[in-house]
Write a protein that binds this ligand. Structure first.
Ligand SMILES: [Zn+2]
Length: 76
């Protein structure tokens, strides 16, 4: 069993997501180039259980955590 937690506030995602509470799935990927590290933040349109464990995947419990995460991310 896999436990998913919000990458911003640390809240645990319930097994069956409660009605009306849609989590946000995205990717936070760093790519190294000779001069700099480029960071790429992308968000999917909807939650996809098959992709939650992919490389660089991030999980956010709500829109507010999403915007806080983006704010905290350098050079996003
Ligand atoms: Zn959260």
């Amino acid at each position: 069993m896999v436990k998913i937690t919000c990458d911003n506030c640390g809240e645990e995602r319930p097994e069956r997501s409660a009605a009306g509470k849609e989590w946000i799935l995205g990717y936070d990927i760093e790519m190294e180039s000779p001069n700099a590290i480029q960071r790429s933040l992308r968000f999917l349109d909807r939650w996809d259980n098959r992709r939650v464990l992919e490389f660089g995947a991030i999980h956010l419990c709500c829109e507010q955590c999403k915007s806080e995460y983006k704010t905290a991310a350098p050079a996003a």
